[in-house]
Every structure is written in C-alpha cells, then in structure tokens.
Design a protein around this ligand. Structure first.
Ligand SMILES: [Fe+2]
Length: 352
C-alpha cells in the first residue's frame, strides 16, 4: 500500500498542480503527462496526505484526484478542498463509469470528472478548460470586488460632500436668525449627553449628534416673517411652521441608506407622547427614541434662550417644565436622563 513516503519531494511555492492517487504507477503517469504540458506537480498517495501537502505549500491552482483511495477518499478530499481552498480547481478521476457519482462531484464543486484510462490529449483539453474557467472566476471576482470598493468609496465621498453642504445650510439658517444662533449645536450637545446617559454609543450616538444639528434644517423653507413673528401666528403660519420636519426629511433624503436615524429625528422631533404632536401624531414608543431624546434637548434649549415672543428662563425653571410635561409631551426617561446629564452637557463648549 503506498504511503506518504511514496510521494515525490517538492519545491514549496513553485508547484501549480497536485496529483492524488493511491496507485503510484497511475500517479506517475499522470504527472509525466502534466509535466509535458509544463506543470510543476506535487504528489500525494491519499486524501489525507493531499491535505497535508496543501497545508505545507498552500493552495495549488489545480488538483487532480482519484475517487477511490484508502482513508480519506476523493469525495472527502473534494469537500475539504472546497471548504479550505475554494480557488483550487479540482478534477476528479475514476476507474468506473458512475453517472450519479460524477453528477454529485460536479454539484460539490469539482471542475470536471474524468474516466481512466485517460489520454494525453484529453487530459490536456480538460485541464486547460478547468484552468480557463478558474481564471475567469478569479478575474470576475477581482473586478467585482474592485468595482464594489470604488462604488462604496464614491458613495461615502458623495455623502460627505452632501453633509458638508447641509451643515453649511444649517449655519446659514442660524446666521439669519439671531434668536436661534447656536441652537442646533446646543441641541446636538444636549441630545448626545442625554443619549450617552441612556447607553447610546458609537454610530447610533453619531446619528443623534448629526440629527440634533440638523433637526430644524427644514426651516430653510419657512418664511423669515413667520419664523421671526413676535405675535400670535395665524392658522396658515402655523401650517407653514408645521411643515418644517417633513421638508427637512425630504431635503436630507440622500441620507436614507446610511443614516436613517438622522431622518427619523428630523421628521419626528415635534411628536408628543400623547399623540398631539406633528407631523404624524405618533404616540408613545411609536415615536423613534432618537427623536424623543432630541425633543427634550430642543424643548430645554427653547425655554432657556430668548425668542421673538418671550424672554429666556433659567435652567431650573426649564427643568421643572420638562418634568411637568414628561409623560404627556416628552418621554419621562429621556427627561430624567437629560437632567442627570445636564451638568456635563452644560459645560460643553458652545461651538456655534
Ligand atoms: Fe423643529
């Protein structure tokens, strides 16, 4: 019975074909034919030995294996190779014509199935075809991966540019409104501190930071005369103000894939727990948590800064107001998280 010692020595790194057969004479005949075609062959006398060889030298482009061998047979080797060396092209050889086995092998990923005895010209043709197919698969994958990477890089860059533009718009919105100067940045900072208190980290926290910064971006579309009106608003003016979350969401729609949480904040930051908010009249937990957090930060900042229609109020009064409306307008958990985080949030530099 042939064993590991029976296989020829090899030069690691230079082999491009592994011939596996327990019959030394068959194996050598195959190796001679392949060498004549320019292959540099390794040999193994069983499936187990073939795996040991592959472990030592790494993947070979071509493996030609007998079906019936002691220990790990051809099917077992094919399974192991597909699992660990999926880019190797495996041609199975059998001494018997078994259609079902041949079909099974092809289903399991063998490149071809040949019957012994095999002529030089047939081996050459089948090997060339197997390697050509392998080269096409590898080429295809390379182009696909490269294309995917390039498309992803471009998508990221487009989104960066879009965000820069939107952030400049947010600054422009505040620049034309002295009363809300710094509002978006403060809301963003309060919301981040509150969300951190509630256990948010990493990307979800980044979403809240950006959502807080952009929550009122839709006001770009609201007339200044309405935004700055000191007196009571008419029904039509109220309608205009109420449109800003939907308008903002529409403006930011290119973010829908990467940052859906930002869009949820922009659309739902005026919803109320009791369903009396706008634009959708969502109730309780139907309101996205990110929007409930930003609503607390937004309400606090609105109370503590001067508005066209009223003076600012101290933080203590604002906190009392938040607690008063917790449960009807605002999420009580978010309010308490804000109150716990407020000393930290308050110390943050206001970079607006
Ligand atoms: Fe708003």
């Amino acid at each position: 019975m042939p064993d590991a010692q029976d296989a020829k020595p090899f030069v690691a790194g230079s082999a491009n074909c592994l011939v596996v057969d327990d019959e030394p004479s068959v194996r050598r005949s195959l190796v001679r034919m392949l060498q004549a075609q320019g292959f540099n062959c390794l040999e193994a006398g069983s499936g187990r030995e073939a795996l040991e060889v592959l472990q030592r030298v790494g993947e070979t482009p071509l493996i030609i294996s007998d079906m019936r061998m002691p220990g790990l047979d051809g099917i077992g080797l094919l399974e192991a190779v597909r699992r660990s060396y999926p880019d190797s092209s495996v041609i199975m050889l059998s001494g018997m014509s078994e259609t079902t086995t041949a079909v099974d092998c092809l289903h399991m990923g063998a490149a071809d199935f040949l019957l012994k005895p095999i002529s030089m010209s047939e081996l050459q043709a089948r090997v060339s075809r197997a390697l050509e197919k392998r080269a096409l698969v590898l080429q295809n994958r390379f182009y696909h991966e490269n294309l995917e990477r390039q498309v992803h890089e471009q998508a990221v860059r487009i989104q960066e540019l879009f965000l820069q533009g939107v952030q400049m718009l947010a600054r422009a919105l505040e620049a034309k409104d002295a009363y809300t100067r710094g509002h978006s940045i403060r809301v963003s900072q309060y919301a981040v501190a509150t969300a951190s208190e509630l256990g948010f980290t990493a990307e979800p926290l980044d979403g809240i930071r950006l959502g807080g910064e952009l929550h009122d971006i839709g006001k770009i579309g609201t007339k200044e005369s309405v935004l700055h009106k000191p007196g009571t608003l008419t029904d039509d003016e109220f309608r205009q103000i109420h449109e800003h979350p939907v308008l903002g969401e529409r403006m930011l729609s290119p973010l829908v894939q990467e940052s859906p949480d930002v869009l949820r904040i922009v659309r739902s930051h005026h919803e109320r727990l009791d369903g009396q908010g706008f634009p959708d009249g969502l109730r309780g937990e139907k309101i996205p948590i990110e929007a409930r957090i930003v609503a607390v930060a937004d309400t606090f900042d609105a109370i503590t800064t001067r508005r066209p229609y009223r003076e600012s109020r101290p933080a203590e009064e604002a906190v009392a107001e938040l607690r008063r409306v917790a449960g009807t307008q605002l999420d009580p958990q978010a309010v308490e998280a804000f109150v716990s985080a407020y000393p930290d949030a308050h110390d943050l530099p206001l970079s607006a």
